[in-house]
Structure formats: structure tokens, C-alpha cells
Design a protein around this ligand. Structure first.
Ligand code: AMP
Length: 312
């Protein structure tokens, strides 16, 4: 009888802290296969690991996966958590090693912004002023500026983003198209805890009570998705019922929109986005949903459910 032992070989990714070192590393590799970028702010979790796995698949065995770890001061507003944002580079490197990453660029702030705040920044346009942009003025200018800079430093063929930051991936995709940056922007679904809470680097700020309260965000989104066949109002009401019942959640916004962030359609594909404060921690989440053409029975002028609505 023969026994086989399977060993997983992980190779440590190359840790680089300058753009010049990264350029040197990438130069001979560009002809071999695609360069795939995963931009992050570190404090990596399994959601980030999903992005890396997807990047590895897209790059193929001959391509190169680059993860950037950079807490971008430009995207934090006054009084936000820039100073307390978790920095866990050693653990991040281990995660990158376990997920087939070739190189990690973890630059200092003055490597990315050598002259201090850049004079020329990216203006996000009208989509940058709504939802997260309305609550966090200047946030998307900071995000798009650093993403444009990282695109310039890494010159990737593909960049991988999480669906969880839905407005962010929409804006980055638009920027790449509108400014012809030539980077294919790919989105990966949100990784959740078994109970539904979306993984976030900020979850580590939550104490056990806050962690329990935070669950209302994903529960509310799911309730809305379940009610979506009754129409937009029913979906909104279902989500608000969950959020209103949780005193530990201070709602910032609950927005039902079309998948391109324009006004929600009467029926068909839509997207629900939620942002809320739990204690001092601001969390966001999102789910796609399908809206039915008919609205909730209680919205019906006669108060009578239609036959379609009676069907469970
Ligand atoms: P961050 O480091 O939090 O700025 O996130 C880096 C990337 O990881 C972004 O594209 C996020 O959308 C993505 N991301 C964050 N949380 C998750 C998650 N739970 N599942 C999948 N992707 C995520």
C-alpha cells in the first residue's frame, strides 16, 4: 500500500516598499503574462483573500499578482479613523503568501505622495457626491486619486475590487473607461461571516454587543431582497423594520438604486446599499435584489393582494 502526502507549497511574496523596486521586479515579467493588481489598505481578511485568489486565476501561472498595502490618508476625512486604522503588515504578508501573491508593495506615505498632498487629483464627478460621497465629502476624490496613482505605479492589465464597496468599484470602473486608463476592473462578491456579517477590517473595532448589533445591516439587506418581489417600497420597508428594531445601529443611509447607481427601476435588477454607525465604527454593506413589478399588498389601492402576491 502506498500513502501519498500532499504538501502545500507557499512561496513568500516579495515585499517591496518603493515604486522603483516594483518597476524593476515587473519589467521582465510583463511579457510573460498579465499583471493583476489588488489594491488594499491592509488588515487583510478572507474577503481580501478572495480577491487575491481571483487575481491569481486571472493572472494564470505565468502572470503576476501584485497586492498593494497602503492606508491612503487622502481618502480619510477630518475625525475619521486614519490614525487608528489597523496596521498588521506581518500577518498581511502571511495571507498574501497563502494566496499565491507574487509581490506586495507597502509604500510609505511619502513614497506615494513625495511632494505632500498631490496638486492634481481626480474629480469623481456627480457619482462621487452621493451615498458614501455625501456622508464623506472628498472621500472618492481621495480614493480615485490613489487608485489612479497605483495604476500608474503598477501599470496593471487588470485590477480586482470588492463588490462590498459598491460605489467605489463603480467609480473606479468609470474612471478607467472615461480616462482610458486601459485597466480592466473586475469585481468579486462580498465574503461574509456564517451569520451574514460582511467581513471588514473595521469589524475588529466592534465589542461583542456591537458585533451583534452590526448583524442588523446584512439581515436588513436580506429581508429587503426577500421582499423585493413585492416591489421597491416593500423592500425598503422590510430593511427599515430590521434596522429600526436594533437600537445599537445608527442608520446613515439606506438607498435602493439601479445597478449603475441611478434611480431604482420600478421592476427588475436593483441594488440596496446601507451605511450605519455602530458605536464609533462606520460600516457599509450592499446586496443585489430583483424588484417585482407589483408592490406590496398593503400599498395596493384596494388593500387586496393580487393573485401573484398571494403565492408564497
Ligand atoms: P480595503 O482594504 O478595506 O480598502 O479593501 C480592499 C479591497 O477589498 C476593496 O476592493 C474592498 O471592496 C475589498 N473588500 C473589503 N471587504 C471585503 C469583503 N468582505 N469581501 C470581498 N471583498 C472585500
Amino acid at each position: 500500500m502506498t500513502t501519498t502526502t500532499t504538501t502545500t507549497v507557499t512561496t513568500d511574496p516579495l515585499l517591496l516598499d518603493t515604486a522603483a523596486a516594483l518597476a524593476e521586479h515587473l519589467a521582465p515579467r510583463r511579457a510573460e503574462g498579465p499583471v493583476v493588481l489588488v489594491p488594499t489598505m491592509g488588515a487583510l481578511h478572507d474577503g481580501h483573500a478572495d480577491l487575491m485568489d481571483h487575481a491569481r486565476t486571472l493572472a494564470g501561472p505565468r502572470g503576476t499578482v501584485v497586492v498593494t498595502v497602503f492606508v491612503n490618508p487622502l481618502q480619510f476625512g477630518e475625525g475619521e479613523d486614519l490614525d487608528r486604522y489597523p496596521r498588521t503588515l506581518d500577518a498581511d504578508l502571511a495571507t498574501c503568501a497563502a494566496h499565491g501573491v507574487d509581490a506586495v508593495l507597502a509604500p510609505a506615505v511619502d513614497e506615494v505622495y513625495p511632494g505632500g498632498r498631490p496638486q492634481v487629483t481626480v474629480h469623481p464627478g456627480p457619482l462621487g457626491d452621493v451615498l458614501e460621497g455625501a456622508s464623506r465629502p472628498g472621500h472618492f476624490a481621495g480614493v480615485l486619486t490613489v487608485v489612479a496613482k497605483l495604476f500608474g505605479l503598477v501599470r496593471p492589465d487588470v485590477a480586482v475590487f470588492g463588490e462590498k464597496d459598491f460605489q467605489q468599484q463603480t467609480l473606479v470602473r468609470r474612471m478607467s473607461l472615461d480616462l482610458a486608463l486601459g485597466v480592466d476592473v473586475v469585481t468579486v462578491p462580498t465574503r461574509r461571516e456564517p451569520d451574514g456579517l460582511a467581513l471588514s477590517s473595521r469589524n475588529r473595532y466592534l465589542d461583542p454587543d456591537q458585533r451583534a448589533a452590526a448583524l442588523a445591516l446584512s439581515t436588513a439587506l436580506r429581508a429587503a431582497a426577500d421582499a423585493g418581489h413585492h416591489g421597491a417600497d416593500a423592500a425598503r420597508r422590510a430593511a427599515l423594520a430590521v434596522l429600526d428594531a436594533e437600537p445599537g445601529v445608527e442608520l446613515d443611509y439606506l438607498a435602493l438604486v439601479a445597478p449603475d447607481l441611478s434611480d431604482a427601476p420600478g421592476a427588475g435588477d436593483a441594488r440596496l446599499l446601507v451605511a450605519a454607525r455602530v458605536g464609533t465604527t462606520r460600516l457599509i454593506d450592499t446586496l443585489p435584489l430583483t424588484l417585482g413589478g407589483t408592490d406590496d399588498p398593503t400599498d395596493h389601492p384596494t388593500g387586496q393582494p393580487t393573485p401573484e402576491q398571494e403565492t408564497p
